[in-house]
Structure formats: C-alpha cells, structure tokens
Design a protein around this ligand. Structure first.
Ligand code: FE
Ligand code: FE
Ligand code: ZN
Length: 276
C-alpha cells in the first residue's frame, strides 16, 4: 500500500496533523514548517512532537514531507536577505529533529538575475553549512517548473547542487506539475523521464513525489496546479505513477487546489488506481 497524503495546516500542532491525516485516509502528509509566505514559526512543543511521532509509527505512516517557506530564497541577491534565508534553513532543520527520520523539502531558489551558476553556488554554500550539524532529516530539493529565474527546472541543475554539497542527507522531491511544466513528458513517456532522472540525478535520490495535475501545456513554465484528472496530465498519468515498480514506498503528497474533503476524495482515487 502506497504512502499518500496532502498538505495539512500545522496550526493545531503535530499530533493534530497526524489525527487529521488518519481521518482522511492518509498515511503521510506535508506541512509548512512556518508561515509559507513569511518566516514566522510555531513555538516548539516536544511533548506534542513525541505524541505525533508515536501515533505515526503505530499507524504505519511513511515519511512526512515538510515544506520550507516559499519566501526562503537561498540565492537572493541581497547578502543580508540571503544570510537570513540560510538562517531560516538551519533553524528548520534543527526543528525537524523533533520528528526524526522525515523529509524537509524546499524550492532551491531563484537567482533573480545573478545567473544560474552563481545561484547554484549560493544554494550549495547555504546547504553545506546547514547540513554540517547532521540533523536526523533528509533535505529534498524540489524539481521546479523553471518559472522566472527559478533554479531546478532541469535535472542537471539539481545534479550540480548535489555535486556541490556532496551529502547523503540530500535528496530530491519530484513535483509532477513542475516537471511537466518544465518540459518533461510524463504523460506520454513516464519511463523515459524516469530513465533521464536516473541517469542525471539517480533514482536512489528520489525520496518524495508531489502529485499535482497541471493547468498548462508541457514546457509552459507556469506552475499552476490542478486537481487530479482536471488538468493536462490526466488520471492515467497518476495511475502509472502510483503503480510504477520504481516508485513504490515513496511518499506521494497532493498539493492540489482542495480543502480536506477534496483531499480525502483524491486519496481514495489514488488507492483505487493503485489497486486496479
Ligand atoms: Fe513546493
Ligand atoms: Fe510541489
Ligand atoms: Zn507548484
């Protein structure tokens, strides 16, 4: 049985998220480590984390996939803002130690005109220092749509970051909407894209998947998520993904435009596709 979940609000704490996940048939979930459009984080609560952790284990959850704030740009131009982003990353990884063995995914960053090479170097520098204390968390670079000056819209850029950081604590989260919008044809050639991923990044680095349909054409570089089956990817693509032998055991997170009932419905659709 696959690990399926969705983004949940963290405002009620960790245990509340596990309970909510259970109530909608999920066995993993994602949450923002702080306000997604800002930098404020909830106060830490070790008791709540311990209770959440034991309920997760008891219920056979797969790894969680926390998400860094959208505003955290490790390769922004202004050195002070860049240092602040790196500080946020370090704090987030330290906080993830309360839920050991899970994943922390983030958007590599936007180079805002500094150039891809400079951007990648700045991301590498921030990751090297944030990963130095060796927290019990695997950090995931998300595949991006390549909107604006986003880094991570092509697999080779993620490879350059992996090479620069050179750490086993680093993996990749594949977002289905983003790779499609970035030009990878997972609709007609999922196997080909996975082969390309394996050749450039290595499938052993693939730790999580974001399941989103896309409102736009392949290579549109737009990044607009649609509900499963309501975009250009279509349910057949998700059927292939959840049943793919090379993708078993990987937590798959919905980031579709839904509230809880919609997520619950999509999770049951995924379970049906998986069992067909
Ligand atoms: Fe994301
Ligand atoms: Fe995503
Ligand atoms: Zn997106």
């Amino acid at each position: 049985m696959g690990f399926f979940g969705c983004h949940l609000s963290s405002s009620g704490g960790n245990l509340k998220m596990v309970e909510t996940a259970l109530s909608i048939g999920a066995n993993t979930f994602a949450f923002f480590t702080r306000n997604p459009r800002g930098s404020r984080a909830r106060p830490e609560d070790p008791q709540d984390a311990a209770a959440a952790y034991s309920l997760m284990k008891e219920s056979g959850f797969g790894p969680l996939v926390a998400h860094g704030s959208y505003t955290m740009n490790l390769c922004t131009k202004d050195p002070e803002s860049r240092a602040f982003a790196a500080e946020i990353l370090e704090q987030d990884l330290r906080r993830m130690a309360a839920l050991p063995g899970n994943y922390y995914n983030f958007h590599p960053g936007s180079h805002v005109g500094q150039g891809v090479e400079t951007g990648i170097q700045q991301i590498v520098d921030a990751l090297r220092s944030a990963l130095a204390p060796k927290y019990p968390v695997t950090v995931l670079l998300e595949t991006m749509a390549g909107k604006g000056s986003e880094i991570g819209g092509v697999f080779s850029q993620l490879r350059a970051i992996l090479d620069g950081v050179d750490s086993d604590a680093l993996g990749v989260c594949l977002d289905t909407c983003h790779v499609w919008d970035g030009g990878y044809d997972i609709v007609h050639d999922l196997d080909g894209v996975l082969t390309e991923f394996d050749r450039i990044i290595g499938l052993k680095r693939l730790k999580a998947i974001h399941l989103n349909d896309s409102k736009n054409e392949k290579h549109s570089r737009k990044d607009r998520h649609a509900c499963l089956g309501e975009g250009l990817l279509g349910l057949e693509t998700f059927r292939k993904i959840v049943r793919h032998p090379q993708l078993q055991g990987i937590p798959m997170i919905l980031e579709t435009p839904n509230e809880l009932p919609g997520y619950q419905r999509e999770i049951s659709v995924l379970r049906m596709l998986e069992a067909e």
